[in-house]
Ligand binder design. Structure first.
Ligand code: SF4
Length: 701
């Protein structure tokens, strides 16, 4: 009789509950958990195929040093020695951790504690920097904390759902299914999709605005200015609960309609129709994802959206609010424990002496990082120029996923000491490791993840760990102990780490964060095993069913008010005669990240089998391209070769290429090799959209 285990999908930020079974014959079954509040039994194609990706083919099963199998003791001693040596000779900022939204919260917590509290450097950053750091920065500017106001149910309750920079149908499929069902039940619900490309999501849209890449600030500034002179303007909310309106309004009012039309690439009639729809819909949710975040103006885009919700008081109440959708399964959990270089743990601020002191005392840490560390792009620059002597990469594949990916590969090749913890033995990144450490995969590891609506769910183990694979938190704790910090890293289980994380959230909490976490600080192993999905953080004294923030008009800035942020539309001209096309990168429905797991499923690969470039028929004609021709794409940073997919879903002059494929699946397929290492100045998030490239038909030499 197969035993059912309730766990959580390891792919996107929707965070669906999964019921997994292991049959007597070892066969693995998965189905959606009907009781999980994220998905109520649904799964998308990737989640449904989880059982097809768990074989041991290609698994990293034993520690390796220099490509040779090694004992754990040997490998851990070497890691601790080389990190200690670099710190002794060059200081704590000569080492770095580059981690991942694939890690569980407990892994993230221990990594952050070791680097920021005991090594004493802020040099821990994450691939979530590539995903949602502009949203984090925008939240902190507007709300005084990185707090997502709403929840998934708001999409079902709204009269208008605006999806901007979000291909929800392919990137958050179960949330899309919930939206489709809600729209079918309430046909009066309107959906607006704002995207340069007519994606599958646009198929349910009542209005598709094919915005010019990076035209978002101009669009939402125009909307803000429109709302300010409309009946939707809520002075009764603005006066007591916000500050900064005048400056933000002045910036938003800078352009007339003709200029807005030019900056957004939209007709004046389209702008007017959208503004009118937003104005007249009391219940509006504006969802945004990588099309907003992955930009040199990503943080301004986020704040331009939030400004519109503050101006109308449409925030934190059922069916309304700005809503950032995280890409990864635990991007949100990483934010909670300070997994970004510019954050501390428990939503505290590394740049505030009082916060640093609280964390230092709670941890009993000898030192605490006194300033933010290097964000992802700067971190790998420091690897390249020799400032970083030792780097530990966990659960991510930066040689494929980072911008200017060829430079990342060169940096790792030149780095004196590279440690990689992974489940896969051969990735584009592991081949540059001096030490490889085998990690637990999905179904083997135990811990928690937090989804886009701040809901914490358990990932539970139901498979025996293969070979000598061990949890990432265990690897970090062992190295921390070997580096001389044994007492602080004597964890026996993930539940102990979770309890400590909860305890830190409540430690000497003076009410600024207003979270009641006492129940979880006392949690024991049995309680942790039984933990049901719940939303976090919880307002003090409220039941766990409370799912929204800011309805009462209270925010986390010292004055208790939200801030309007003045945002300016700066659309850099990137294309040139040499690089005349605008490339946007993104995802396909059935693959995840760099395909190290979904690439194992024939069923998933059958959806789209090869990397491709979407190109408009007129552009294809001018390049003499026929369907499925090979196309060479080049930027000043690199090149890729992909198949032509000729479609009028793509606007003229724009190209779209998915980011998944890498050189293990197809030669010259790493599209991030073309992406420049330029970032948003506030968030440090790379601009993986709006990349200037050339395109030509591949001619075999
Ligand atoms: Fe997994 Fe996301 Fe699909 Fe849900 S929607 S099953 S979390 S990939």
């Amino acid at each position: 009789m197969a035993t059912e285990v309730k766990t959580t999908c390891p792919y996107c930020g929707v965070g669906c509950g999964v019921v997994a079974t292991v049959g007597d014959d070892g066969g693995i079954g998965v189905k959606g958990d009907p009781d999980h509040p994220a998905n109520f039994g649904r799964l998308c194609s990737k989640g449904a195929a989880l059982g097809e990706t768990l074989d041991l083919d290609g698994r990293l099963l034993y520690p390796e040093i220099g490509g040779q199998a090694a004992e754990w003791d040997e490998a851990l001693d070497l890691v601790a020695d080389r990190f200690s040596q670099a710190i002794a000779e060059h200081g704590p900022d000569s080492v770095a951790f580059y981690v991942s939204g694939q890690l569980l919260t407990e892994d993230y917590y221990v990594a952050n504690k070791l680097m920021k509290g005991f090594i004493g450097s802020g040099n821990i950053d994450t691939n979530s920097r590539l995903c949602m750091s502009s949203s984090v920065a925008g939240h902190r500017r507007a709300f005084g904390s990185d707090t997502v106001p709403g929840c998934y149910e708001d999409l079902e309750l709204a009269d208008l759902v605006v999806l901007t920079g979000s291909n929800l149908a392919w990137c958050h499929p179960v949330l899309y299914q919930r939206l489709v069902a809600a729209k079918a039940a309430r046909p009066q619900m309107q959906v607006v999709v704002i995207d340069p490309r007519r994606t599958m999501t646009a198929d349910i849209a009542d209005m598709h605005l094919a915005i010019r890449p990076d035209g978002d600030v101009a669009l939402f500034n125009g909307l803000f200015a429109h709302l300010a002179s409309s009946p939707a303007f809520d002075q009764g909310y603005i006066s007591p609960h916000t500050s900064g309106f005048a400056e933000a309004f002045a910036a938003a009012s800078a352009f007339d309609q003709a200029t807005l039309a030019r900056l957004t690439g939209l007709a004046e009639q389209e702008l007017a129709a959208f503004f009118q729809l937003f104005e007249s819909s009391e219940k509006v949710v504006t969802c945004y994802s990588q099309g907003v975040n992955q930009s040199v103006s990503g943080t301004d885009k986020v704040n331009a959206i939030i400004n519109c919700h503050l101006a109308t008081g449409r925030i934190g109440r059922p069916g309304m609010g700005p809503f950032s959708l995280t890409g990864q399964p635990n991007a949100m959990g990483g934010r909670e424990v300070g997994g970004l270089a510019n954050m501390l743990a428990a939503h505290m601020d590394i740049e505030k002496a009082g916060d640093r002191d609280q964390v230092r005392r709670f941890w009993g840490a000898p030192a605490i990082a006194a300033r933010p560390g290097l964000k992802a792009v700067d971190m790998f620059r420091a690897v390249a120029d020799g400032r970083i002597k030792a780097i530990w990469i966990m659960a991510t594949n930066p040689v494929v996923s980072m911008p200017d990916a060829d430079a990342i590969e060169a940096a790792l090749r030149a780095c004196p000491f590279v440690v990689v913890s992974d489940v896969i033995r051969q990735t584009d990144t592991t081949r540059h490791a001096h030490v490889l450490l085998p990690s637990l995969g999905w179904g083997e590891k135990d811990g928690t993840v937090t989804n886009s609506e701040r809901r914490i769910s358990r990932q539970r183990s139901f498979l025996t760990a293969p070979g000598e694979a061990r949890a990432d938190w265990w690897q970090l704790a062992e190295v921390g102990s070997l580096m001389g910090f044994a007492g602080a890293f004597a964890y026996a289980s993930a539940s102990e780490i979770f309890a400590e994380h909860a305890g830190l959230s409540g430690f000497e909490n003076d009410g600024r964060r207003d979270f009641d976490v006492g129940a979880y600080a006392e949690i024991d192993g049995a309680g942790y095993d039984a933990l049901m999905p719940f939303q976090w953080p919880q307002p003090r004294g409220k039941a766990s069913t409370v799912t929204r923030f800011f309805a009462d008009g209270g925010f986390y800035h010292p004055d208790g008010r939200a801030r309007f942020i003045a945002t300016t539309s700066q659309i850099a001209k990137r294309v040139s005669d040499a690089f005349p096309f605008t490339l946007n990168t993104g995802r396909v429905r059935d693959h995840w990240h760099t395909m190290t797991r979904t690439g194992k499923s024939a069923r998933l690969s059958a959806h789209i089998g090869e990397p491709f470039v979407e190109i408009h028929p007129r552009d294809a004609m001018e390049l003499d391209l026929s369907p499925a021709d090979l196309v060479v794409l080049e930027s000043p940073f690199g090149a890729a070769v992909v198949r032509a997919l000729i479609t009028d879903r793509q606007a003229r002059g724009n190209l779209f290429v998915p980011m998944h494929w890498n050189d293990q699946f197809a030669a010259k397929a790493r599209i991030d090799a073309l992406v420049p290492p330029i970032t948003d100045p506030v968030s440090g998030q790379p601009a993986s959209k709006n990349v200037a490239v050339s395109a030509r038909r591949f001619a075999a030499s």
